[in-house]
Design a protein. Sequence first.
Length: 246
Amino acid sequence: MVATESNPRSPEAGENLEPRVPQHVAIIMDGNRRYAEKNGRERIDGHRIGAKNVQEIVDFAASQGIKELTLWAFSTENWKRGKEQVGELFDVFREYFNSEDMNQLIEKGVQVRAVGRWKKFPEDIVESIEDVQKRSKNGTSITVNFALNYGGRAEIVDAVNKAPLWRRMTGRIREEHITNKTYLPDQPNPDLIIRTGGEIRTSGFQMWKGAYSEWEHTPTLWPDFGKEEFRDILQEFAGRQRRFGK
């Protein structure tokens, strides 16, 4: 990447990245269906392979000192895909949250949390998610948040609706009132948001907490996104100057 005022340079090869490692990285995991089509596979296979890829990315993130990783797996708009496609995604969630991959994450000390309107999912999926959250609550290696039935606008609407009634009635709602009622109020704002799959849009992801996040869009489809490219993005991020509006 060409050096600019906001991106003066990339770290030299072998340079220690530790002081510049983002505390919280969020990823829009886009491209599972296109991966399946590209490789002559069934659509659900793309989602299953994408789910398997989570393991490598979580392991690498933890090894780099990233403390929090948020993965967008189902948006509030995904309900529009139709009953069959939504059902396929639900089948993948059923498999994944009861899989050996999930057990391995928990054994490695990963704390797993869900964020969004995920309790609107079928009851068996909700129960599996609740079980995973309970079993992993003491994990300290890295926190992984799965954004499920999540939308940036939905998060803001839900936060405002949870604000004290007298605040809503007077209209005197300040930023901290919304922040304190977001889905995970203790969650640090994402330093870096990555979107795989080549789309150059935010889709409303992390609208509130991501106001000053750095963004990286990659054409790589999610199932093909690996630790090598992740490291390249972290190296590029390390060379940016973040001003936060100053």
